[in-house]
Design a protein around this ligand. Structure first.
Ligand code: MEV
Length: 316
């Protein structure tokens, strides 16, 4: 019987990169873009053959398309290990993704989460969310080096979180609806690359990098308060401060700067890169009245894809 499961994309509102060094950060799910994984029995292959069908078209755009198959394979291995199974089932694991790869939206963590959900359900033992999260984190560690864990956590739980390494993630309860526009810079960039470049820079010039990471880390707590109090102006200003700090670490790029400038000029309250940076996507906090002009401005500034997403207020 075919089993199909999905996982969402994510957006980091405040604190990317600093979160790798133990500072807090804020992230929200981006539920309208998803990865889907399906698993079905394979009656034609030798027993124990697990066949992977990656999202060909999306993977082909990467410098290293085999990386996607490797990622799916690792997520399957981690899922089987968590279920204490030494032999793979004879099946086909197929992954389809609406989330662009190497673009700051959490595609790799979403692949792992969707695969862990689908494969464990196919085997009759659907993993609980904490274990899906752990499988995705272990897979990220193998394929990405030193992830903080924020991507897999916000994607596995699919709710806004205040995240700090080694601490239990905290759910965030927005005081009002917040609308964001998300725009593709058209530049692909692997997060592993930006994280390791920053790590090198931190080793070479700690006196230059540490204070900036500390400043970035100090934005998440007021950001949490702004979200929960429904304070759009404050959140926007924190996003702008965050962008200036990330840019000072060399994590922005010309295409991102152009989109951020266009969004702010057209009425966004705050705008910044989201995720690893040096490409990928930017995120703008936009009042309802400015959604349409900001969207047009982002397209005119060259973004090939612009999305609108709303963070809903907490119920009750
Ligand atoms: C990537 O979405 C966020 C980074 O902070 C890396 C991480 O936290 O693992 C850049």
């Amino acid at each position: 019987m075919l089993v199909s499961q999905s996982a969402c994309a994510k957006l980091i509102l405040l604190g990317e990169h600093a979160v790798v060094y133990g500072f807090p950060a804020l992230a929200i799910p981006f539920s309208s873009l998803r990865v889907r994984a399906s698993v079905e029995p394979d009656f034609t292959s030798a027993p124990g053959t697990l066949t992977i069908t990656p999202p060909e078209k999306e993977a082909q755009r990467l410098k290293n398309p085999e990386a996607v198959t490797d990622l799916i394979k690792k997520a399957c291995e981690m899922t089987l290990r968590t279920l204490n199974l030494s032999q793979a089932p004879t099946c086909v694991v197929r992954v389809r993704s609406e989330i662009p790869f190497a673009s700051g939206l959490g595609s790799s963590a979403a692949v792992s989460v969707a695969v862990a959900r689908a494969l464990s359900a196919f085997l009759g033992h659907p993993l609980p969310v904490e274990e899906v999260n752990a499988v995705a984190f272990q897979t990220e560690q193998i394929t990405h080096g030193s992830p903080s864990g924020i991507d897999n956590t916000v994607i596995a739980y699919e709710q806004p979180i205040f995240f700090q390494k080694t601490q239990t993630p905290m759910g965030v309860h927005p005081g009002k609806a917040f609308t964001f526009l998300v725009a593709d810079s058209g530049v692909q960039k692997s997060t592993m690359e930006t994280v390791s470049r920053l790590a090198q820079r931190r080793t070479d010039s700690p006196q230059e990098v540490e204070p900036v990471l500390t400043q970035i880390g100090s934005l998440a707590q007021p950001g949490l308060q702004a979200l929960e109090e429904g304070d759009e102006a404050r959140l926007g200003s924190l996003m702008n401060q965050n962008q200036a700090l990330l840019a000072s670490l060399g994590l922005s790029c010309e295409a991102l700067d152009r989109l951020i400038e266009a969004a702010l000029s057209a009425g966004a309250i705050g705008a910044k890169l989201t995720g690893g940076g040096q490409g990928g996507h930017m995120l703008a906090l936009v009042p309802e009245s400015a959604v349409s002009p900001v969207k047009s401005a982002l397209k005119d500034a060259g973004s090939p894809h612009v999305y609108v997403t709303t963070l809903k207020p907490a119920e009750g």
